[in-house]
Design a protein around this ligand. Sequence first.
Ligand SMILES: C[S@@+](CC[C@H](N)C(=O)[O-])C[C@H]1O[C@@H](n2cnc3c(N)ncnc32)[C@H](O)[C@@H]1O
Length: 246
Amino acid sequence: LKEENVCATGFKAEYMVLEGDPTEYTERLKKLKDIGTIIEGKPDVQNPSIIYSICNTKDIWYFGVLIKRKTDWRKHINKPYSFSNSLCIHIAKTLASVSSKGDKTTKLLDACCGVGTVLLEACYSGLSIEGCDINLKSIKHTTQNLEHYKYTSTVHCMDVKDLTQQYDAAIIDLPYNLYSYSDDVITTNIIESAVKLSARIVIVSKSDIKAAITKSGLKIIDFCTVEKRGRSTFTRSIWVCEKEVQ
Ligand SMILES: C[S@@+](CC[C@H](N)C(=O)[O-])C[C@H]1O[C@@H](n2cnc3c(N)ncnc32)[C@H](O)[C@@H]1O
């Protein structure tokens, strides 16, 4: 580190404890002190202009600039329109990240966007996304939610089967047969419509629709379940799928 001649005014040094790091607290403090004395310049722990960090993983020491994740996306919890079956913002954010694989050039579609929970997270993350919902009220709520946070996105009020554009990835949070009717035929139609629009599809459902997914020519590449807690507790299943290459 001495050889790097690190120099900064108003810096702060932080020790980042990663899982599996065996370094004891006193040793961590000592390392931090060593780093603080090696960096040239006046520190400012209250209002740092730059934060340097060290960490240890698998017996290797790393040093670098620490970029802390922003948490202001949590403002979406208080979006003007929501309903009891809307996705929670954490799941919505994960769906946007997983479907796009973090690639900001990806063109995404939320095929059954409801009140636009996934759209808000994708827009916040700088992803390009369009929404579609068959229900006019849902589309109005999505539009108003987007406007509230000054995000721009195209939303289509139509059956997903009538969309013609192509997307790099699509998210489908299938109707739960509560506020919007659903059955096996509707599920299959929505999935098969999305398959025509995109090669990568992330599907969310309350029921086990694995058979419908594979029947539509999709290969399941990842799967998990997430529990929704609250007044009505239920489990959502999430499948990450890609079109089978013929
Ligand atoms: C479970 S909700 C989606 C909730 C949404 N993820 C949210 O957080 O607000 C399913 C949505 O699918 C829509 N839907 C049902 N059939 C559809 C179809 N054929 N094409 C597009 N949207 C459809 C319903 O109107 C409903 O808003």
